[in-house]
Ligand binder design. Sequence first.
Ligand code: HTL
Ligand code: MG
Length: 618
Amino acid sequence: MILDRIREPSDLKGLSEAELSELVKELRSEILRVTAKTGGHLASSLGAVELIVALHRVFDSPRDRILFDVGHQAYAHKLLTGRRDRFETLRQEGGISGFTKVSESPHDAITVGHASTSLANALGMALARDARGEDYKIAVVIGDGALTGGMALAALNKIGELGKDMLIVLNDNEMSISPNVGALNRYFRSLQVQSWLQGAEERGRRVLERISPRLYDLADRAKEAAKLVLHQENPFYAWRIRYVGPVDGHDLKGLIYLLDHLKALKGPTLLHIVTKKGYGYKLAEEDPVHWHGVGPFDPSAPRKGKSYSWSRAFGDALVELAEEDPRIYAITPAMREGSGLTEYASRFPERYVDVGIAEDVAVTTGAGLALAGMRPVVAIYSTFLQRAVDQVIHDVAIENLNVIFAIDRAGVVGADGPTHHGVFDISILRAVPNLKILAPKDAAELRAMLKAALAIGGPVAIRYPRAKTHPVAPGTWPEIAWGTWEILKEGSEIYILAFGKTLEYALAAAGQDPRVGVVNARFLKPLDEALLARFAREGRKLLTVEDHQLAGGFGSAVLEALERLGLPATVRRLGYPDAFTEQGPIERLHQKAGIDAEGIRRALAEWGVFPNAVGKTA
Ligand code: HTL
Ligand code: MG
């Protein structure tokens, strides 16, 4: 195999054209083979193989910096930069990341997983490079989806103003996770892929014919920018960024030819390439939404029925609510499928908006909808809500606006790792006045909470995990007493206070032991202070368990409440320590942090209570 000969990207320099095309094939089959075992962002990575080979052929990483936005499309980059041996550990516990990660390889220019950060990082690097009088090249790969994010657009604005030297490759496959949105995206669709380009080299030559005579002659940058564009009318013109394209992103020879020449240009250049998401694996080409990110699969019989998730439970409930209440309006920042909104979106297209990968815009659009009399529901993953903290505080909470946050993927999420774990939302949101935070134990309680949130008004966040749950019958709308916890099991000495996912663990740990009670602490804010006070007065010990950082989390809320109430109690908290949780299977991560049944039992044992031994000793 040619891949066997590539230890460093510099090994690409000696390959013939034929060997390079063979390498592309090998990379695709290796990506497919391993992703089938590990799961991962298959379609995006398949679509970027030619681009990555071309970049490494032309640029000189790690001296030159190659930045991948989101970093989910970079599997070929991993294979070409000394990680072939470890590639089978992709996304596994202790293995290599599914994204680029600075601490993993000198070839990974940024640590990433969230979209739209590449250009600001590149700007910072360019500023540093120029301040230090260095002369390396910076190449950025950004998808059409990631370019919908405000951060990317704001960084472009500054890069263009300063004329910073970098090559930006816009990898346009017309897809975010679902079909991409936005006016820019519409504009790109109107730029036709030029069919007048025939052979690969021919194509590159033609493109350069249009730009190269002016390359070295023109001193005046403004004039140069104006003349170098292939399409005079292009959105980047206004940003003072030279635009070249669109060209076929699967044409390796053409790409290499073009990159070779664009590398020599000074100032910011954007090369617009058109690719097919999932390229080279027919199933992924046909259904790039499904194959965007997949679990392990059997390539010969690839599709399994999907189990019922919390996301589905939310989506089903929202459809029913929207049928009854014409003020319901759903907002997603580019996560229609993941958030369980597929059916809702087709049923209520007039009360649904995908704002693109722009969580800040999603939240503030919610504020606007609320100000205009609607009852917006912002469906957002815990990890991505981090992008919109100020919008929650400044745009929604100050005026106590009626915005519901349906926070999916709360808690650790598994193989995506530290960039994607949803373990900060409670700490962040708990500090925000007016905002209520709830966590249901099952799908029925989720429905009760949605109803209750609509009734109580103001901003309400409801968090639920990346997990399976059980469907409930349509029309199920149980009542929930606002602000109350639910005692699932009485205890004479200890109460385990848990919510969401960790409740199952608490129940398993407590077993039949009469000394250990279990409470569904479903209201994280407001807490059930009456019940808490009762426990404290009765001298019960309290063990809090959360799938969240300990710092500022639910356990902290309990301690603060006890202090406020002036009631002493023995409290022990289980959750994630002050460190980033690595990737791995969700249950394993729970186990390692000691928030699973075994961990809870260990904590109880420290108080001299051994639930497993009950019956034998009693
Ligand atoms: N919001 C933010 C801030 N970051 C991420 N990563 C997401 C949401 C979720 N997400 C991805 S990949 C992706 C989204 C929305 C689509 C990116 O589209 P793009 O690339 O066109 O940039 P493509 O997939 O190759 O077409 C992940 O979490 C991995
Ligand atoms: Mg895309």
